[in-house]
Design a protein around this ligand. Structure first.
Ligand code: NDP
Ligand code: MG
Length: 411
């Protein structure tokens, strides 16, 4: 596979980059749809927009259950419409937002249709898990640029998504801090092949522990991330190293790399967000305090950098930046993710669905921490392999995997 990078190829569609720049410089605001506005990424995106009201307009806000926060956000930002996917909450949201002129929709299908609204320039996908896939496909089909937080979409269907994005000449701009770091390091390197990328990982709350010590850890232990405050699912993924596994696959599709070009290193301080090594051996890194607002803002405003008042890093506060080899014997998920990526086809989709069920059941106190990789591995063996999956195959694979994982839990 060529070492040429996808993000360098997509921006080279100069007309697209030019049109994005025009939106930011011609005083026309960039119109944003935020899928998952009540979550960790969604609320931080609204913080960024609140500080840059002259640059952005909110077109769409969405939530699954959190009607109260969605209503509060809509009253502040007055979007064109909101979607509450839990239909039971529709009446409550409608009764408050209809009188202020905000359209209200409910149900998962509405997510897939609102992203195609004429007025939207960019969709920030900050939904949790597999639920992001269909709305992302629909948004790209309608020619919307994507600020991608929802990494599971690329894990499940990276080939389909990147092909579609190339056809429609839309940007997929990474929000994940590691991928934003790599994207920023690649800026100005058009035509310079990448030797490898180095994804940094904090190691999570259980860094240095062995399986024996992880037997009885609780969800409260796993939810205590040392450096980042995030939604529950990604926090458990960080503790189990599945988050880094998902990010390895996300990087493959965003930057058009093969497995041997993607390295993971544990960096407990989370100051270096990731690195790129070029053919001459030179390494570029992007650094900063762990704060998701920066990569969110970079994606929303791309290709411009906006002035911010985010806390600045002082090197004197960090006299020791350290690096370790990941322990893939204890944290088997990272190994499983490399295996899924190398097998390709529907295997990453199987891995993702099994992980979503395992994490949900860990959060429900129905499985132990060490059972998470066991459930995933079992599903990867049992669900039939499809080498060249269509969208329908992904839907089928996801459904079948969830069923198998649930059946195993009943035993
Ligand atoms: P949260 O759980 O905090 O928020 C998820 C958002 O999506 C909420 O608005 C939630 O609504 C909504 N939602 C959840 N499930 C569904 C569903 N099935 N259908 C429709 N809407 C749904 O997650 P995060 O913000 O932490 O993460 C979002 C995505 O961004 C994930 O893919 C994650 O991996 C990725 N990401 C997150 C980072 C972070 O720092 N948080 C960093 C890098 C990537 P409600 O509030 O009503 O439940
Ligand atoms: Mg990340």
């Amino acid at each position: 596979m060529s070492a040429e990078c996808r993000v360098r190829r997509i921006p080279s569609a100069l007309s697209t980059q030019h049109s994005l720049l025009l939106i930011m410089t011609n005083k026309r605001k960039r119109h944003i749809a935020i899928l998952g506005s009540t979550g960790s990424i969604g609320t931080q995106a609204l913080d960024v927009i609140r500080s840059n009201r002259d640059k952005f307009e909110v077109e769409v806000l969405t939530a699954q259950d959190n009607a109260d926060l969605l209503i509060k956000q809509a009253i502040e930002f007055l979007p064109n419409c909101v979607v509450i996917t839990n239909e039971k909450q529709y009446d409550k949201v409608f009764s408050i937002l209809d009188p202020v002129g905000v359209k209200v929709y409910s149900g998962e299908k509405s997510l897939a249709s609102v992203v195609q609204m004429e007025t939207i320039d960019m969709v920030l996908t900050a939904l949790m898990g597999y639920s992001g896939l269909l709305p992302t496909i629909k948004a790209i089909e309608a020619g919307k640029h994507i600020a991608l937080a929802n990494k599971e979409t690329l894990v499940v269907a990276g080939e389909l998504i990147t092909k579609l994005a190339n056809e429609k000449r839309v940007f997929i701009l990474p929000v994940d801090s590691e991928h934003s770091a790599i994207f920023q390091c690649l800026s100005g390197e058009e035509g310079n092949p990448v030797e490898k990328i180095i994804l940094t990982a904090s190691g999570g709350p259980f860094r240095g522990k062995k399986a024996e010590q992880l037997k009885y850890v609780t969800k409260a232990d796993a939810l205590k991330h040392p450096n980042w405050s995030m939604g529950a699912k990604i926090t458990i993924d960080s503790a189990s190293m599945m988050n880094k596994g998902l990010e390895v696959i996300e990087a493959k599709w965003l930057f058009n790399l093969n497995a041997s070009q993607i390295e993971v290193v544990i960096h407990p301080q989370s100051i270096i967000h990731s690195m790129v090594q070029f053919l001459d051996g030179s390494i570029k890194a992007q650094l900063g305090l762990p704060d998701m607002k920066l990569p969110i803002q970079y994606a929303l405003a791309f290709p411009k950098r906006l002035k911010s008042d985010f806390p600045r890093m002082n090197f004197r506060d960090f006299n020791s930046l350290t690096f370790e080899e990941p322990d893939t014997e204890t944290f088997r998920n990272l190994k499983l993710a490399y295996h899924a990526m190398e097998k390709g086809g529907n295997v990453p989709c199987i891995m993702n669905a099994a992980n979503e069920i395992a994490v949900q059941e860990f959060l429900n106190d129905n499985v132990s921490f060490l059972e998470i990789p066991e459930i995933i591995e079992e599903c990867m063996v049992k669900v039939p392999f499809i080498a060249k999956p269509s969208y329908e195959d992904y839907v089928k694979t996801d459904k079948e995997t969830r069923k198998i994982a649930q059946e195993r839990l009943k035993l």
